[in-house]
Design a protein around this ligand. Structure first.
Ligand code: MN
Length: 150
């Protein structure tokens, strides 16, 4: 995906969010969850992959109950610099509202993360300050997006 869509949606003269850039040389696996009080409150779940933060908006946030299935909407890649962002996106700007860091740490994929991501089933361990354990992201049948093909 890359950062084109991220940059296209935002006016960096008006939002305090970082413009950032792609860091394809890095190989570490950080993750971050930001609580985003936009027009609808949601949790943005981001996994470092291929020099960017692959991102999903999770309306209800993560669950500890393995029987729970929570909706996660794949959204545009964000720059790694976004992983430390907290602040207020002005009203009228894309995603206007407050962003606070809710959790951060490292993620350890089960198997080849890129192949799993492209196949639409990503299983991983999270070692965060709040979240510790194993979660799975599964692409739903009939999803309208082309996520994972690039
Ligand atoms: Mn968001």
């Amino acid at each position: 995906m890359g950062l084109k869509e991220y940059h296209r949606k935002r006016d960096f003269e008006r939002t305090p969010e970082p413009a950032g850039e792609e860091h394809s040389d890095r190989d570490a696996g950080s993750f971050v969850i930001q609580k985003h009080a936009a027009s609808r409150l949601h949790y943005d779940f981001r996994l470092e992959m291929e020099g960017v933060l692959r991102s999903w908006a999770v309306p209800k946030g993560p669950s500890y109950d393995p029987a729970d299935k929570r909706l996660a909407v794949h959204v545009e890649d964000h720059p790694l610099e976004y992983g430390t962002f907290e602040g207020i996106i002005p009203k009228g700007q894309y995603g206007g509202g407050s962003v606070v860091l809710w959790d951060r740490g490292t993620w350890i994929p089960e198997g080849d993360p890129l192949a799993s991501y492209r196949k639409g089933k990503l299983k991983f361990r999270l070692d965060g300050e709040k979240l510790r354990g194993t979660w799975t992201l599964v692409r739903m049948q009939g999803a309208a997006s082309e996520d994972g093909k690039n």
